[in-house]
Every structure is written in C-alpha cells, then in structure tokens.
Design a protein. Structure first.
Length: 502
C-alpha cells in the first residue's frame, strides 16, 4: 500500500526459495534479522534491467517485533538529554558526509537517477539532519509568570512515543531523512519502512547510524509492502505515522491510521502547473522549466506536469520546450553527461506509455514522442524519452491524472486569471511556479495559487529543511507538514504546567 508497485505485488512477488540475489534483512532491536516473509520482490537496477537484491514482504509479526523493540527503547531515550540526542545526529551527519558519494551511487543504482540528481537528493537529506541537530533550541517551550496572583504557567514539549515512517520509491535516501532525524532528536523511537523497490540506500544509512552510539531499538527498519503498511496503521503501539506516496494510498493511510487514533501526515500525488507569462525571460527560464519536467525522469512530486503558457507565450514556450527536451541525453545515470535516467521499472514504463497513448487517443497533439527511444548497450533498461503534448485540455486523462514520468502537457490560456482557474479546478495542489518579469503578476499568482509551495522563476519549488514541505487539497492529508518547525510540532506533545506554591 505504499506505491503503485505495491498495488501490483501479486504480479511481481514470488514464493518459496529466492534466487541468488541478496535477500535483505530487517533491522530490529539493534540486530539485522531475517524476516518471517514467505514472498519476495525483486529489486532492479533500472538502467540495466537486472535484479540486484530481493525485498522480503515482511509480516505483521515483523512489525510487532519492531514496535516492541521501539517501545522498550523509548523510556530511556526520552529521558536522554536533548543535547546528547543531538550529538548522535552530529555523528550521523559526519558519516553521511564521509559516505556521500557512496550513498549517491547506491541511489542511482537502485533508482536510476543521474549521479548529480542523486547527489542533490542526498544533500537535501543531510540538510534535514543538520536542522534536527538544533533540537535543544527548537524543542524549547515557553511560559509566563503570574497568569494569576501567585500562579505561573509553562509549556514544555515531550516526545509522543513510537513513530513510523513509510517512504516512497522516488527519493530513497532523502525522504526517510525528512522524518528520522526529527523523530529521533525529539526523543521518539522509530520504525522505518523503505519502498520495497529501492531499499538499499536506506539500509546503508541504518548501517551508518549503527556507528553513532544510538541505543538499540531507537530506530528499526522493516522491509515489505501492503501488509507492513496496514500493520503500521493498525498497531496500537504506534502513536504517529508519516507517509509519502500516491494520493489514493495517502488518503487510505490517513483514514486508517487516524481511525486507529494516531496523528498522521500523509503526502500524496501532484499535478503541478508551470505558468509562463509573455514577459518571461525565456533564455534563462527554459532550461529551468525543462529540468522541472524531466529531472529524475519526472518521478517526483514537485515535477512540472502541465505547462500553462499565457497569451503570446504559447508558441515560443512550446517550441523551446520541445527543442530543449529533445536535446536531453538519456541513459545510464552513472555515465557522465547523462541528463535523464530510466524510470523505476518495466511496469511503470508501461504505465507511462499507456498515458501517452491515451493522450493521442483523446486528441492531444503529440509534438515530441519518447516511446521509441533506445539506449545503446542498455537494451533491457527501463528507458523512455522526453515527451511533449500540446493543446491538452483539463478534461483529458493526461490533463487530469498524475503521470509520474517524463511527459509534459501544454495547456495554453489567454490570461493569468484563466491559468489560476485551471489550477484551482484540479483536486491536487502540491507545487506550482510562474515565470515572469512582472512583480504584479508574480504577487497575484503567489496570493491566489491553490498549491502550498509556490515558485517565482523557480522550476522546482522545494523549500529548504528549515521550512515546511507539503501540499494542500488532495496532495496532503493532515495538519502538520514535513520538516521545519512543523516537524517539532508533529513529533512532540505540548504539555501545559500550571503551578502555585503556598
């Protein structure tokens, strides 16, 4: 229940004796232990189309064991001074820096990103650890004396208990670090479930965390799919759940986990609109816009989905994006000068191709077709070339649904107000951007955009780790968003102490 791949577990799972590829283990109570799983999923190198490991589909019993270890570790970790907890994260940050290139290469190997993209994602994850190191200050409460005669009042922050984080496939190193350092810094214990498609970089990070004097049981890792996610949602010993994935699954996780009495932050899918005004600086903007649509092969929740040129910007925006996208070098992300890697799996490639076919069938104008792309010496890789549709209406399938691949849809409008209306009409609202030289247009757009993350001449409106990250409408379920100050709100309970001494 973590991603589209989990919805199709039965198509990829195999029972019985596994192949020669390494079978991954869970990390519970400070030990790497074999899962109780009887089924396994293949982990692929998407550029080669070859199996590099096997993920066990762990059971509810595995989750229960991890929760038991986390609950056992919680009292002592909660009582550990915040500055001591922060020192663990300082050590972790230093090890992440030391193994930076290794982690980036693991991400590229299991996911397919270019090395530069993987480096960027690891760097963003490390930024979260850096912010979490400031927990002794950021956890501070507040108070006031003499709220009445002789009575004082103070607010203190306390950890909530055992937490769980469920990560997606598209950023295997970065997204877990949206949660882990903040949960640990605030005195909670944690169960992490990596995506079954990309578990290797997360395993490596846990191995590095083992070297940081972290008490056993504070952080645990359970591999798996739907059964693990459902067990996390239902388990009475888990107090808070963080999730990133598609909108249907984010909604299901939010409903199921909140029904069980947990606090939840569930980040869902997106349909991100990139508005281009006629006064945009095209020479500077087009490369940024191209990277927004095709960076990470379009497999990111902040990727541009729909290009909305306003008025006379249509022709130039279309022609330039087609030329820029068509010039991208697609290949194995480990090779120099490659600008876009493969998509995550053969099944996902088929899914994206099906959207291209629907776009053609529904009357959109296909102006750049990536379906025939071949990468020499990588014939088994899951490659798909950049694709561009023009004259896409919001009613078309490709104008409504999240494709999560290297496909750009162009929806021309006459005015900025119409561009904003197109955005408001869509149920998702994760990120959006405007490219313009007009301060008035930028201000109007930022004020009225329905998305929670807005870029002005920025292709990917991703906030730094000390600001909150998360969408609105059907792109986010919950109250408190990811990292920044919201993380300290989510992972702590504010206790109010009212005192009078006679």
């Amino acid at each position: 229940m973590t991603e589209s791949a989990v919805a199709n577990e039965s198509a990829r799972a195999s029972a019985g004796a596994p192949s020669e590829a390494e079978i991954l283990r869970n990390y519970i109570g400070g030990r790497w232990v074999q899962s109780r799983a009887s089924e396994f999923l293949d982990v692929y190198n998407p550029a080669l189309g070859e199996v590099i490991a096997r993920t066990p589909l762990s059971t509810a019993e595995d989750v229960d064991a991890a929760v038991a270890a986390a609950r056992k570790a919680f009292p002592a970790w909660r009582d550990t001074p915040p500055v001591t907890r922060a020192r663990v994260l300082f050590k972790f940050k230093a090890l992440l820096e030391e193994h930076f290139e290794e982690l980036a290469r693991i991400v590229t190997t299991e996911h397919g990103k270019t090395l530069d993209e993987s480096r960027g994602s690891v760097r963003r994850g490390i930024e979260c650890v850096e912010v979490a190191c400031g927990s002794p200050s950021l956890m501070m409460g507040y108070g006031l004396e003499n709220i009445a005669s002789g009575i004082d009042c103070s607010v203190i922050r306390q950890p909530v208990g055992v937490c769980a984080a469920i990560a997606p496939f598209n950023f295997p190193a970065m997204v877990p670090l949206w949660f882990l350092p903040f949960a640990v810094a605030t005195g909670n214990t944690l169960l992490v479930k990596p995506s079954e498609q990309v578990p290797l970089s997360q395993r490596r990070m846990i191995q590095l965390l083992e070297k940081c004097d972290l008490p056993t049981g504070v952080v645990n890792l359970v591999n798996g799919g739907r059964e693990v996610v459902e067990a996390i949602c239902d388990h009475p010993g888990i107090r808070a759940v963080s999730f990133v994935g598609s909108t249907p699954v984010a909604r299901a996780v939010y409903q199921r986990a909140t029904h069980a009495g947990k606090r939840v932050q569930a980040l869902g899918g997106a349909k991100n609109f990139i508005v281009v005004m006629p006064d945009a600086d095209f020479d500077r903007s087009i490369g940024v816009i191209t990277e927004s649509f095709y960076g990470c092969a379009g497999e990111r929740c902040l990727a541009g989905s729909v290009l909305v040129p306003v008025g006379q910007a249509h022709r130039e925006a279309r022609d330039r994006i087609v030329a820029s996208a068509g010039a991208l070098r697609v290949g194995d992300g480990t090779e120099p000068d490659v600008e876009m890697g493969p998509v995550i799996s053969a099944r996902h490639r088929e899914r994206v191709v099906s959207y291209i076919e629907k776009g053609v069938a529904e009357g959109a104008k296909l102006v750049l077709d990536g379906r025939t792309l071949k990468v020499p010496e990588r014939e088994k890789g899951f490659f798909l070339g950049p694709t561009v549709f023009d004259e896409v209406t919001p009613a078309m399938t490709i104008g409504r649904e999240e494709i999560f691949g290297p496909v750009a849809s162009i929806t021309p409008v006459k005015t900025l107000d119409q561009a904003i209306e197109v955005m408001h009409a869509h149920p998702n609202a994760n990120a959006t951007s405007i490219f313009t030289s007009s301060g008035k247009a930028a201000r109007e757009f930022a004020r009225h955009a329905s998305a929670s993350m807005v870029g002005v001449n920025i292709g990917v409106a991703a906030p730094m780790a000390y600001f909150p990250f998360g969408g609105s409408k059907d792109s986010f379920f919950g109250d408190l968003k990811v990292h920044g100050r919201d993380a300290y709100e989510f992972y702590t309970d504010k206790k109010v102490v009212i005192s009078r001494w006679f």
